[in-house]
Ligand binder design. Structure first.
Ligand code: HEM
Length: 240
């Protein structure tokens, strides 16, 4: 018997899968690359240069990041606009979590748009930010971001951005495994919810420490956890 899928069903499934692969996978890799800042400017700039040297980078960016991001954001906003908020009538856990999923999604739309236009395309000069894109300037990547992070407002915006992304992805993974029938049963779903929270908290910690690594060596971690190479120290001392 042929199974017929409605258009909405397929669009919804595509929305869920793009959130996990490639966007979720990208966020993991992105936070690990940023975390390299804890080992100094040289280590971070080299990591950015390695990315810039990837073959077919523009195609990877367009088909692996920009288009999935565009689809996931636009369709996510459509879902949010259509969805009924039933937190007030049934004020219990899952509804609040689902409402927060939509709120973080909308905030992320603004944050990622700003972040991309600024660091990837070099826009927003003149509001206390650098006018140099990191793209094409790997040897200055650390310095460009460190200058931005001299503004407390920008640091707070980034902490919120990392927090919202970590939450959105963590709970998104939970919704995905339940909706795709990978995790069935009440006990297993409860365990999956804890695992998702663990992923979200870990990514938030990793990303937040990366942010502070552009403000002080090793970020919020004790310096014993960081390897400050001699060359890395040299780049930083030139700057300060
Ligand atoms: C710890 C805070 C963050 C820092 C320091 C940071 C740094 C950067 C840098 C330097 C670039 C430009 C890369 C290049 O052109 O070579 C970039 C691009 C990007 N970032 Fe972030 N980022 C942070 C948080 C986030 C968050 C929370 C998201 C949300 C998903 C995000 C999503 C992106 C995307 C989609 C791109 C474009 C990727 C590309 O075109 O290669 N970033 N980021």
């Amino acid at each position: 018997m042929a199974i017929k899928f409605s258009r909405t069903f397929l669009l919804r499934k595509l929305h869920q899968i793009t959130g996990i692969v490639p966007l979720g996978a990208f966020f993991f890799v992105h936070m690990f690359t940023n975390a390299k800042a804890m080992n100094g400017a040289k280590v971070f700039n080299d990591a950015v240069a390695d990315i810039h040297h990837l073959p077919f980078l523009l195609l990877i960016e367009i088909f692996g990041i920009f288009l999935p991001l565009l689809y996931h954001s636009v369709y996510g906003i459509i879902i949010s606009a259509e969805a009924k908020v039933n937190v007030v009538s049934y004020g219990f856990g899952r509804n609040w979590l689902y409402l927060f999923q939509r709120i973080t999604g909308i905030f992320l739309f603004v944050f990622i748009l700003f972040h991309l236009l600024h660091l990837r395309f070099g826009l927003f000069a003149g509001i206390g930010l650098t006018d140099i894109a990191v793209a094409g300037n790997a040897s200055m990547a650390y310095e460009i971001i460190a200058l931005d992070f001299q503004s407390v407002g920008i640091v707070i915006f980034y902490i919120l951005g990392v927090g919202a992304t970590a939450w959105h992805l963590g709970y998104g993974i939970f919704l995905f495994v339940v909706d795709w029938g990978i995790v069935v049963g009440e006990k297993a779903q409860k365990a999956a919810l804890y695992a998702s929270a663990f992923i979200a908290i870990s990514l938030f910690g990793l990303g937040t420490n990366a942010i502070f690594s552009f403000i002080r060596p090793c970020g919020l971690m004790p310096s014993v956890l960081c390897e400050q190479t001699e060359k890395g120290k040299a780049v930083e001392s030139e700057k300060f």
